[in-house]
Design a protein around this ligand. Structure first.
Ligand SMILES: [Cu+2]
Length: 397
């Protein structure tokens, strides 16, 4: 009964709340509102959609104005704005609901709402997001396997102003720029089965290398995964080098087939290290075996730029289980799970301790929530490794 009441309340909440999007004038769909012609605002989650509906968020007919690019300075950082509503960004003047920015906290992703609106139970529940690039100036020529994730922020979505580091060796874009996209899949603990994608026009500046990106491959789940009874990472089983974004839980052209309680995420679990993905170029590796649980580890090529050797060391997954597990967790989920798939733009909330789903993973009916968190804690802990330490991990086999 309580569940029914809560679901009813949720259904009458205003549209302008929840989810998240990357907002910038260079994006596709910058001016799409909840009435143009359907509610396909950039913040709406992508799930159970046809390819045309999810690819570029269905916004290819809403391109940016000529000359609007998101600049990517090679070897430097960029700041993106990610928010649950356009009115919470610097671009509020074109938001139908006006300015809703939080005067007390400009970094607030979703003013007037709690963090469940952007699908997290707290900092230790963040799963990361990434920016992808395709070296094609016409978005209509871009295919899903053209996109390579070139930078990751493992603690995303958490602040409206979100920093990304651009690899130093990014080559220049063709005439007319490149095509980029923001990708995010949130934790299973605060919502479910949602992909996020916002395309935008981008351009690399200050390039010092002309070596192209390698053909991006599908990322493999290879990190420690205690929630699924996998206590050790399997570094040989990781995908190294350029990797595609996750395409998950839509009706067509998925490249990920994980279940609802094992979302593919942009962190060490899939060998997406935090920061610039410095190993995505054709010359990044001198040895790159096919991944397998017992495969030999790849060997990074000795390329000149020192930036290439530190952050791209891929064995950050090979860490012991975290000891810094967050204490008590408040379950954000109070509503009843909907057992069938919904085709609306509203968030699908699911019960995190669904006994059926967990039983399928042999965890019993009372799983420890500590297990769920340890993988994410591990991912964040790995970013504190000193570069020298990363090197020693790399050579441990
Ligand atoms: Cu959502």
């Amino acid at each position: 009964m309580l569940g029914i009441i809560l679901v009813s309340v949720a259904s009458i909440l205003p549209l302008a709340a929840g989810h998240s999007a990357f907002y910038h004038p260079s994006m596709y769909g910058f001016n799409v509102t909840d009435s143009t012609p359907i509610d396909n605002r950039p913040v709406a989650p992508l799930r159970d959609r046809t390819f045309d509906q999810w690819w570029f968020h269905g916004h290819l007919d809403f391109p940016p104005n000529d000359g609007d690019f998101f600049e990517l300075p090679a070897g430097k950082g960029v700041t993106a704005e990610i928010a649950c509503d356009k009115g919470a960004t610097s671009y509020y003047t074109t938001n139908p609901g006006g300015d809703i920015r939080d005067p007390d906290n400009p970094n607030n992703v979703c003013p007037r709402r709690g963090m469940e609106a952007y699908h997290t139970t707290g900092f230790d529940d963040l799963t990361g997001c990434g920016l992808a690039i395709a070296y094609k100036n016409n978005a209509r020529d871009v295919n899903p396997d053209d996109f390579a994730i070139f930078t990751v922020n493992q603690t995303c979505v958490w602040t409206r102003f979100t920093d990304f580091q651009v690899p130093a060796n990014m080559p220049p874009c063709p005439e007319g720029g490149c095509t980029c996209a923001f990708f995010w899949v949130h934790s299973q603990n605060s919502g479910g089965e949602e992909n996020y994608m916002n395309g935008f026009k981008c351009n690399v500046t200050g390039s010092t290398s002309t070596v192209p990106l390698a053909k991006p491959k599908v990322a493999r789940r290879c990190g420690a995964d205690p929630a699924n009874n996998k206590l050790q990472s399997a570094p040989g089983n990781c995908t190294y080098g350029a990797k595609q974004p996750f395409y998950w839980f839509n009706l067509e052209r998925n490249n990920m087939f994980e279940g609802a309680f094992s979302p593919p995420v942009y962190n060490d679990l899939y060998n997406f290290i935090d920061g610039p993905q410095n190993d995505i170029f054709e010359n990044s590796y001198s040895l790159l075996p096919d991944p397998a649980p017992n495969a030999a580890l790849p060997v990074l090529a000795d390329v000149s730029s020192p930036a290439t050797t530190t952050a791209s060391t891929p064995t950050t997954t090979n860490l012991p289980a975290s000891t810094s597990i967050p204490a008590a967790t408040t379950s954000p989920v109070t509503t009843s799970p909907a057992p069938t798939k919904q085709k609306s733009n509203t968030c699908k909330i699911k019960r995190t301790s669904s006994s059926a789903a967990l039983a399928a993973r042999s965890l019993g009916s009372e799983p420890s929530s500590r297990h769920r968190y340890s993988i994410y804690s591990m991912a964040k802990r790995s970013r504190r490794l000193r570069p020298g330490k990363r090197g020693s991990l790399w050579h441990m086999f």
